[in-house]
Design a protein around this ligand. Structure first.
Ligand code: CP
Length: 301
């Protein structure tokens, strides 16, 4: 089975650091046609702006061609074709598959039936490892290190797959975590148990401003409306946090605000012009990191 990236655990610490180093080279030199003749499939069973477009741009900048779909409505999935058959077919056409799917575990399953590497571009509330690698790249870029940082994760820590992957990846680098969430959206027990087994400290709060002045990375997240089965439950928590520029008067000078985006209203637009806002540069970094991921999985070391 070819090496895939389904969970952040699929990459060792050394592999993660290698991807970050290669991404830095791609940031310096944005177009390197090392994948001339290769074809990348971007198959998205769920909506996306950044992940799909940055994977497609990354592929183009590497000289590869891109096929795929962003809407299953005009594919044979509407006729009842299974995920297994779809993946086996696409495997025969391309050199690597980038897939987003609403079901947890769908990406792992795809990697088991595919004959080419699969990159998980998000599977339900489970994992989003390429987002995690770009988050790590951005954290390193802003703090000049990955070790011993205080990471304050805010918002939907229950359904937010980006925080789940990031929590696991940062565990290599002795972080200190703050989890800011209402009771309904707290970090799931399995992730807290993971930290406890590793001896990594975390603090929980429901108050956005409680630890904001002792934070290096403020990782804001959107409440994941699409994961709620009960719309009334979503209405109760959808506006729970709204970061405003006036909350940032006493924060650390090195503090940076990240957000996987899209944002809804959890970061006021008056934050965008502060020196702490880094989420648009974070999204740009996704392109360099995804160039590094594709190149690595296709054997370009
Ligand atoms: N961060 C992220 O996954 O964004 P998209 O849903 O737009 O791809």
């Amino acid at each position: 089975m070819p090496k895939s990236l389904i969970s952040i655990h699929d990459f060792t610490k050394d592999e993660i650091l290698h991807i970050l180093d290669v991404a830095a080279e791609f940031e310096k030199n944005k177009s390197q046609k090392i994948l001339d003749g290769k074809v990348v499939a971007c198959i998205f069973f769920e909506p996306s702006t950044r992940t799909r477009l940055s994977f497609e741009t990354a592929s183009n900048r590497l000289g590869a061609r891109v096929i795929g779909f962003s809407d299953t409505g005009n594919t044979s999935i509407t006729k009842g074709e299974t995920l297994k058959d779809t993946i086996k077919m696409v495997s025969n056409y391309v050199d690597i598959i980038v897939m987003r799917h609403p079901l947890e575990g769908a990406a792992r399953y795809a990697s088991e039936v595919a004959s080419v590497p699969v990159v998980n571009a998000g599977d339900g509330a489970n994992q989003h490892p390429s987002q995690t690698l770009l988050d790590l790249y951005t954290i390193k870029q802003t703090q000049n290190r990955l070790t011993d940082l205080t990471i304050n994760m805010v918002g939907d820590l229950k359904y937010g797959r980006t925080v789940h992957s990031l929590l696991q990846a940062m565990s290599h680098f002795s972080p200190n975590y703050i989890f800011t969430a209402p009771d309904e959206l707290k970090m799931p027990v399995e992730y807290k148990s993971f930290l406890e087994e590793k001896g990594i400290k975390y603090t929980e709060t429901s108050q956005l401003t409680e630890h904001i002045d002792n934070t290096d990375i403020l990782y804001m997240t959107r409440v994941q409306q699409e994961r709620f089965s009960d719309p009334i439950e979503y209405e109760k928590v959808k506006d729970i946090y709204r970061l405003d520029a006036k909350m940032l008067t006493n924060v650390r000078s090195n503090m940076k605000i990240l957000h996987p985006l899209p944002r809804i209203n959890e970061i006021a637009t008056n934050v965008d012009d502060t020196p702490y806002a880094y989420y648009f540069k974070q999204a740009e970094n996704g392109m360099y990191v995804r160039m590094a991921i594709i190149a690595y999985l296709l054997g370009y070391k």
